[in-house]
Structures are given as C-alpha cells and as structure tokens.
Design a protein around this ligand. Structure first.
Ligand code: F6P
Length: 363
C-alpha cells in the first residue's frame, strides 16, 4: 500500500505563526499518521506552476519561532484567474483544471490551505471541483468568518499595543495628539483591541463611521480636564460618516490590488487645523505582520495544525478548522468563503471601551 500524502500551502498576506502551522502539520502527519507532506511554494502559485517540495522532518525543524512562511505566499495567485500576458495585454485564464491534475498526479489525500477569506474562497471553489480541502484560518485582521480568532492576530496586536505604549511618552512630553494607524482591512479588531490594551483615548474603527468634529471635540474635552495629550488609534479601513475608505494606491489593473491606508493622515490634517493641537502621525504598516509569533499564536497555530491533519485523516474534507467557545471545530468552507467577520456593535469590547470613557469617533 502506498504511503498517504497530503499537501499544504500558505496563501494571502504573511503573518507570524504560518511556520508554526507548517511545522505542526508536517510533524503530526509524519509522526502520528505516517503520511508524506508536500508543500506548495508561494500559495496557489505553486499549485498552478507545479512548484513544490517535500516537507520532511529536517525541513520543518527550527521554524516554530520564525515569522513569515518558509513556503512563501502570494495574495494575487488564483487558479480560477491566472494572470497571463497575451499579445502584450494582461488577461485572466482558468488554470483550475491543471491544478486538479497536479493534485491527482501527486496522489494527494487532501490539501491544507492556510489563509484568510480570499484563500478560503478559492479553496471552496477547488473543493467544488473535486479537490479534498482542509482550511486553516490565518490573518492579523481576525476577520475570518465562523471562527473566534485566527493566528497572527495576537502577534500583530502585541506590536500595535507596544507602539501605542511607546507613542504615549512623546505624546505626554510634548503635549501632542498622536495619531496611530493600524491595519485590519474592513474590520476594527486590531485597532479596537490594541487601542484598549494600549490605553488609547480615541479609537476609530470601520464599523463606526467617524465624525471628525466629534474626534476634535473629544481631544478638546480631554484638554479641558487637564489632559494635554491624546492618542488616537485609527483602523486603516475607517471612513467618515457618508465618506469613503482611503486607499494609498488606486488599482492599476493586472496584479495590483487596492491598498488601504492614509486615513490616519487625513484625520491628523483636520486636527492640525486647530492651532492649539499639535499632531503627529505614525502608520504602523507591515511592521504589524513581522517578527516571531507570540506564544499564544504559536499555540493556536500548532493546535490548528494538529486538528487540520486529524480532519484530513478522518476524511472530513472541505471544512475549515475554527475556534468556537474555546474549542476547535470543523466548519464547512462554504460558510466561510467570501465573507468577513467584523466587530459587532454590541461587542463586549465596544461596551468596555465606552465604559472606560474612550471615544469611538462618533457621538
Ligand atoms: O490582511 C492582512 C493585511 O495586512 C491587511 O491588514 C492589510 O490591509 C493588507 O493585508 C495589506 O496587504 P499587502 O501586504 O498586500 O500590502
């Protein structure tokens, strides 16, 4: 009887904990189930372009603490929309049949797709074409549907909180308003949780459109109470009441994706129109995705990995591993694909922020 074999790929933006998953999957598959493990390079690009390697014990040894992904990733590669240059023009082609062919040629029992909502949507489509998939949710944004958390989030929250802590000293010393813009795409988890953990004064999230006059009013009110500085934490996906999200870069077609960013600067410009308020902006950007995973993310990533291999071994395919009520459970990919989990307005986090007297950008 031939040795069973599973594949793994990491898709979308990188984050701390991806290597912990790769290691956890490979070790569990090899030691517990006697399987072989194939790692595809650069996310779905490796599946499309037949670029892969075998993950033996030696290849995954020593990577638990490393940020990024030893397999590489891509947030552009999509087997259903492969970008090809045809007579000088960029066109989309469907390479999904080729991917399934490779999947079959490699005799894969299952393909473990580690990624966010985009990766899960592609994984779901591949599963409908016959691939046996197991999903593992990753992202610093914590916006994957049907799971309470994703690995990568805790590490990013630690970076953002540390930045807010550090900005406090300058804010206090110079009596300034410090605006800090954090990532999170269309969800405010990262801004809200780092804002609460770092003791921010105003936290602006995409789920609550902001009113610039309300933000300025909150800063002014603090000064009336003798607080001569304020920390304003802004999620990159925030937008004003009746306004639009702010993008750094307009999509140029082809491989370019629209990139959120810059709303913090716009808010600071408005604050600085008031001469009594001196303001500085810090955009944390990709620092939030770097560095080693926190112990919490290492644990979560490792547990997700063990569960994913268990699902594959038990032939429970086309599900994503999710955390619900603190336990790891499988949820059908179709319930996750194409959706984003945003901060509900009745979240206990919002309640706590308001109870503390934090301002959430709107009256
Ligand atoms: O989804 C993770 C994330 O870091 C978002 O928070 C951010 O909007 C986006 O990716 C940035 O993507 P890129 O690395 O392509 O600039």
């Amino acid at each position: 009887m031939k040795t069973k074999r599973i594949g793994i790929l990491t898709g979308g933006g990188d984050c701390p904990g991806l290597n912990a998953v790769i290691r956890g999957v490979a070790k569990t598959a090899i030691h517990r189930h006697g399987m072989e493990v194939v790692g595809f390079l650069d996310g779905f690009e490796g599946l499309i372009e037949k670029r892969f390697l075998f993950l033996d014990h030696a290849r995954v040894s020593g990577i638990l603490t490393m940020g990024g992904t030893i397999l590489g990733t891509s947030n552009r590669a999509n087997p259903f929309k492969r970008l090809v240059i045809d007579e000088g023009a960029v066109k989309e082609a469907d390479a999904s049949d080729d991917c399934l062919q490779l999947y079959g040629d490699l005799r894969l029992e299952a393909l473990i797709c580690v990624g966010g909502d985009g990766t899960m949507a592609i994984a779901d489509r591949l599963s409908r074409k016959g691939a046996r998939i197991v999903g593992v949710p990753k992202t610093i944004d914590k916006d994957v549907m049907e799971t309470e958390t994703t690995f990568g989030f805790d590490s990013a929250r630690a970076v953002a909180t540390d930045a807010i802590d550090k900005l406090h000293t300058t804010a206090q010393s110079h009596h300034r308003v410090m605006v800090v813009e954090v990532m999170g795409r269309n969800a405010g988890w990262l801004a809200l949780e780092s804002g609460i953990a770092g003791g921010g004064d105003v936290v602006v999230i995409p789920e609550i459109p902001f009113d610039i006059e309300a933000i300025i009013g909150a800063v002014r009110k603090r000064s009336l109470y003798g607080k001569r500085f304020s920390i304003v934490v802004v999620a990159e996906g925030a937008k004003s009441v009746g306004g639009e999200q702010v993008f750094q870069h307009s999509p140029g077609g082809g491989v370019q994706q629209p990139r959120l960013g810059g709303v913090g600067r716009l808010i600071a410009e408005q604050i600085e129109k008031h001469p009594e308020m001196e303001c500085r902006v810090t955009i944390l950007g990709h620092l939030q995705r770097g560095g080693p995973p926190t112990p919490c993310d290492r644990l979560l990533a490792t547990q997700f990995a063990v569960k994913a291999v268990e699902l594959a071994a038990n032939q429970q395919f086309n599900h994503m591993v999710a955390q619900k009520g603190g336990r790891l459970v499988p949820v059908p990919l179709e319930r996750v694909a194409g959706k984003q989990r945003r901060v509900p307005l009745d979240s206990p986090l919002i309640e706590a922020a308001l109870a503390l007297g934090m301002h959430l950008g709107a009256d």
